[in-house]
Design a protein around this ligand. Structure first.
Ligand code: HMG
Ligand code: MG
Length: 306
């Protein structure tokens, strides 16, 4: 399988990246982040999530964020929805795409959405029907596709089972998520090979957290398997020192740098992403968790002082 010439990058920093932050981030900051990412050219931004604010307090301002962002024509603004309550909020917020999120591990499903995998599919069924009826794009996400913090190993067969169910609900895209960043390139290649007989490979997405530093290698392995959609988080946002196994998504700057080097088109302006990464990192009071982003920022500073 040859590598795709174009990749769709889904920027998930405003949702996956910020959801774990302990300090409340003002809506203005989230809005500026999304606006900067829109201006940087992302075709798809995961901007918010309509989940229980008791479970994820940081996402409580999602309606305000969705209301006040400057939407770039043609770009897709996605939100997570666990149930019909979330779906209704997503519709009111004019989301272009709703994301139903399940897991390939029973233990994680219980911890994250408080129900079994089978119960989650029943909830999603209602959301999927409503999304189809209203012409809203539907994406499915599968956590723990390469390993689970509670149960350990997860088999490709378990992932395939959830892919089949999400496919049958009518998902336009399905995300294969390495929630705790434990997967390695050979495992990723094998998994996508296994799944490609169930769902079109060009509608499967790689969602890699970078906990073990494997995400870029995993992206390359997935590209070689024909995957053309990847999720990443500006400045490598995400992660929480208190949540076992949860660190950030692969940094967007690093992914854009990799893809640019491979001659793969993304439509994303690397310099603008670096600026967005520096902006949010300055707000959070820490250095960006992006090697390429920090290298580019350092090069700029050196040029300025020369
Ligand atoms: P539950 O407690 O079983 O739900 O939680 P419930 O239906 O019994 O409702 C309990 C309360 O939540 C009620 O309020 C509901 O109204 C409210 P109360 O009467 O107590 O005041 N509620 C809601 N409020 C706002 N929006 C909603 C909503 N639904 C119920 N949509 C539930 C079940 C799914 C709601 C809960 O477990 C939840 O919100 N979980 C979300 C967890 C989450 O957001 N995790 C992070 C995102 S997933 C992720 O990061 C993984 C991903 O990146 C891929 C990867 O890397 O693996 C996507
Ligand atoms: Mg994630």
């Amino acid at each position: 399988m040859s590598m795709p010439q174009t990749v769709k990058l889904v920027e998930v920093g405003p949702r996956d990246g910020l959801q774990n932050e302990k300090e409340t981030i003002p809506a203005e900051v989230k809005i500026e982040l999304v606006d900067r990412l829109s201006a940087a050219g992302f075709p798809n931004i995961e901007a918010a999530s309509f989940v229980s604010p008791k479970w994820v307090p940081q996402m409580a301002t999602s309606a305000e964020v969705m209301d006040r962002i400057a939407r770039r024509s043609g770009a897709i603004y996605s939100v997570l929805v666990p149930n019909m309550k979330g779906f209704e909020a997503a519709v009111a917020a004019r989301a272009d795409e709703v994301v139903i999120f399940g897991a390939a591990s029973e233990a994680f499903s219980q911890k994250n959405i408080n129900c079994s995998i089978a119960e989650s599919i029943a909830r999603f069924d209602e959301v999927a029907r409503a999304a189809k009826a209203q012409g809203i794009r539907l994406r499915g996400s599968i956590s723990c596709s390469l390993g689970c913090p509670y149960q350990g190993a997860v088999t490709p067969a378990a992932v395939a089972d959830v892919v089949r169910r999400l496919r049958d609900l009518g998902c336009d895209e399905i995300d294969i998520a390495d929630t705790i960043g434990v997967g390695t390139a050979g495992q990723v290649a094998q998994l996508f090979e296994h799944l490609s007989s169930l769902f079109p490979i060009d509608r499967l997405a790689g969602h890699f957290h970078d906990t073990y530093g494997q995400a870029l290698a995993n992206i390359l392995a997935a590209l070689q398997a024909g995957v053309g959609i990847f999720h990443s988080s500006v400045a490598g946002l995400g992660g929480c020192p208190y949540a076992k196994g949860a660190t950030g998504n692969v940094a967007t700057e690093d992914v854009v740098y990799l893809l640019r080097g491979l001659g793969i088109h993304t439509g994303v302006d690397l310099e603008a992403v670096v600026d967005a990464g520096q902006f949010i990192s300055a707000h959070l009071g820490r250095k960006a968790a992006s090697r390429a982003g920090n290298a580019i920022a350092a090069r700029r500073a050196a040029q300025l002082s020369a």
